[in-house]
Design a protein around this ligand. Structure first.
Ligand code: ATP
Length: 318
């Protein structure tokens, strides 16, 4: 297997699906999915069981859909899955690492399986293990690795053969908050530093907000929404206001703003003020109210949408 040398044409779809369905009998894992995914990082989000892994397996040609068609880098998944697997890197969700070999041996082996000769395979494996942060640990047996190190080793094997596209299935699974942030930085680097399109999944809806250019939201196999991340996060027109103190001060402010005619409710330690009627200078009303109540203003900021809102706002199915 040799990876192709040319990258995807700018803005050409990297992945397309048309009417894709996967019926397992008792459960419909994907239902009539029509999608077009471009370059950059695409976050595929949805609760456990939403159909994320099933979609990836179909795209890799590992599972045959019950209906519909799909292409990956222009190749048809039904008839050209060998071509697809040659040019796509895949990090599976579950632990799939042999415990009794070192990370170095494993990643060199995966490079050789992809067709790289011995010396370049060693060189490439060393490079990629350094990039994922396993330089010093590369001669340790994988069986003794922590979850975070195993995730990095899985990522290394997905990148070692110079793929033109990578699928990362729940790369932050089992990681503590600091390791999650590190892993998400690595995911971003795959796109920004190496210019490889990435399809990355997470069941934590908000997790991919910061690293994804586009987001696809699945709910029980149905496409809820697919759009640029910026469209999910754009301003809602509402404001968040914080004053010094605790819930007593927050509620005094909220009650006074409500008495001044603004629709508001508590949001954590802050007061969320709904988009005001046109013509009303809400910043002035807030500042005047804070002064009248003898409170100390910490901040007034625009409230932005979040990915989770897609599930709570009666999402429009696409
Ligand atoms: N081989 C299979 N046979 C029967 N049902 C399956 C099979 N594979 C997946 N399913 C079911 O299809 C649905 C979607 O599963 P899938 O693994 O794609 O979800 P997911 O979004 O990746 O969730 P998770 O993150 O929990 O893996 C689930 O209800 C799952 O139980």
């Amino acid at each position: 297997m040799t990876a192709e040398t040319t990258g995807p044409v700018a803005d050409a779809p990297v992945i397309t699906t048309t009417g894709l369905s996967m019926d397992f009998g008792r459960v419909m894992a994907l239902h009539d999915l029509t999608l077009s995914i471009g370059p950059g990082v695409t976050g595929l989000v949805g609760a456990n069981g939403a159909g994320k892994s099933t979609l990836i397996k179909i795209l890799l040609g590992l599972q045959e859909p019950t209906a519909g068609t799909a292409t990956v880098l222009g190749h048809d998944v039904a008839s050209e899955s060998d071509r697809i697997r040659a040019v796509v890197g895949y990090m599976p969700e579950h632990d799939c690492l042999p415990p009794d070999v070192t990370a170095s041996e494993f990643v060199v082996h995966m490079a050789r399986m992809s067709g790289l000769p011995k010396a370049p395979a060693r060189e490439r494996a060393a490079d990629i293990l350094r990039i994922v942060g396993l330089d010093e640990e590369r001669y340790r047996l994988l069986g003794g690795y922590s979850t975070g190190m195993k995730q990095r080793a899985k990522l290394a094997q997905a990148l070692v053969h110079h793929p033109r596209l990578v699928f990362l299935d729940e790369p932050t699974n089992g990681l503590d908050p600091a390791s999650r942030i590190d892993m998400l930085r690595l995911v971003r680097r795959i796109s920004t530093d190496f210019h490889i399109p990435v399809l990355v999944t997470s069941h934590l809806l908000g997790e991919l907000e910061r690293v994804s250019d586009h987001v696809v939201v699945l709910d029980a196999g149905v496409l809820l929404r697919a759009s640029a991340t910026s469209q999910f996060l754009e301003g809602t027109g509402a404001l968040l206001v914080e004053v010094l103190g605790g819930t007593v001060e927050r509620d005094r402010l909220g009650n006074a703003l409500a008495a001044a005619g603004l629709a508001c409710q508590p949001r954590g330690s802050m007061v969320r003020v709904d988009a005001p009627p046109p013509g009303l200078d809400v910043h002035r009303v807030v500042r005047d109210t804070v002064v009248d109540l003898d409170l100390d203003l910490v901040r007034i900021e625009a409230d932005h949408g979040h990915l989770e809102d897609v599930f709570t706002q009666g999402a429009h199915r696409v």
